[in-house]
Design a binder for this molecule. Structure first.
Ligand code: HEM
Length: 263
């Protein structure tokens, strides 16, 4: 059996690239996400992390989950509360309802894993926390740069105070991933659940697309989007990724390349 850290990285490459191409991410990079939109995006994150961190806590005695359980270093719920107050004001909890369809689907997926196959929570931890320690750090810099945030304010979510060296931590996390002891079927299921978790993140991004409408992409971005190999997406529709969530994946790819409207 191949190393889980390697299979996760390889297996999620396509969906990672797709996440990076999301409209939301593109606008984030251009500094065109308003603080109000970002405040609402934080609500989505809060729903996801509340569910994830509750599920991890409930399953921390599972030997495999325990290997990847680092509440002190990784837990984001409290940090999110700080940022939520900063961006949305003290009444932010009133914004937790109604729960949006993409938020609900993500929460349901996490709860399903928690109840039926806790090992799959490893996938959800991997996708969110390793992402936050990687691309998330780039996003934090953009957020600070474009919003002229006061020193240390509004970026608690991206600040891992208990982690001195993110690269060393990620290396250690990957070693732990490779110590997970599961059969081949579960190993593959963790990779598949990770791909689905990426798609759930893309679905959350897409819930903000309508707020971004009217903000044109630059010429360079249009060219980059036009270069997305749609035949790859079509090929995948009969392959591995198709077994995960074909309509979601192909739809979001089609939206990304402008073949389909997002309505
Ligand atoms: C803003 C767009 C993004 C950028 C620029 C970005 C960038 C990166 C980079 C540079 C790495 C490699 C880090 C390393 O190996 O040390 C990485 C890894 C990763 N990213 Fe992203 N990312 C983005 C979006 C996302 C999203 C939306 C997710 C999931 C929600 C995500 C999840 C991950 C994961 C799980 C890894 C670890 C891969 C591995 O080594 O196994 N990323 N990202």
């Amino acid at each position: 059996m191949a190393l889980l850290s390697v299979d996760l990285k390889e297996g999620t490459k396509t969906v990672h690239a797709e996440a990076e191409r999301s409209k939301f991410v593109k606008y984030f990079f251009k500094g065109e996400i308003t603080p109000a939109t970002y405040g609402r995006f934080l609500i989505s994150l809060y729903q996801v992390y509340s569910a994830l961190e509750k599920a991890l806590e409930e399953n921390k005695d599972n030997a495999n989950v325990q290997l990847l359980y680092f509440p002190k270093e990784l837990a984001r719920k409290e940090a999110l509360e700080e940022d939520l107050e900063f961006f949305n004001g003290p009444e932010w909890r009133e914004m937790l309802t109604p729960v949006s369809p993409a938020q609900q689907a993500y929460i349901d997926a996490i709860e399903r894993c928690s109840k039926t196959k806790p090992e799959l929570l490893i996938a959800h931890s991997y996708v969110r926390y390793l992402g936050d320690l990687s691309g998330g750090q780039i996003l934090a810099k953009k957020l600070q740069k474009y919003n002229d945030l006061p020193e240390g304010k509004g970026v608690a979510f991206y600040s891992f105070d208990q982690i001195e060296n993110a690269t060393a931590f990620k290396d250690m996390y990957r070693i732990r991933l490779n110590q997970v002891e599961v059969d081949e079927e579960t190993h593959q299921a963790i990779v598949q659940e990770s791909c689905q978790a990426f798609i759930r993140n893309i679905d959350i991004f897409q819930e903000f697309d309508h707020e971004l409408e009217g903000l044109p992409l630059t010429k360079k971005e249009q060219e980059a989007l036009a270069a997305v190999p749609i035949e790859t997406a079509a090929a995948e529709s009969t392959g591995f990724l198709a077994s995960l969530a074909p309509s979601n994946l192909i739809n979001s790819l089609a939206v990304a390349v402008g073949l389909k409207s997002n309505a």
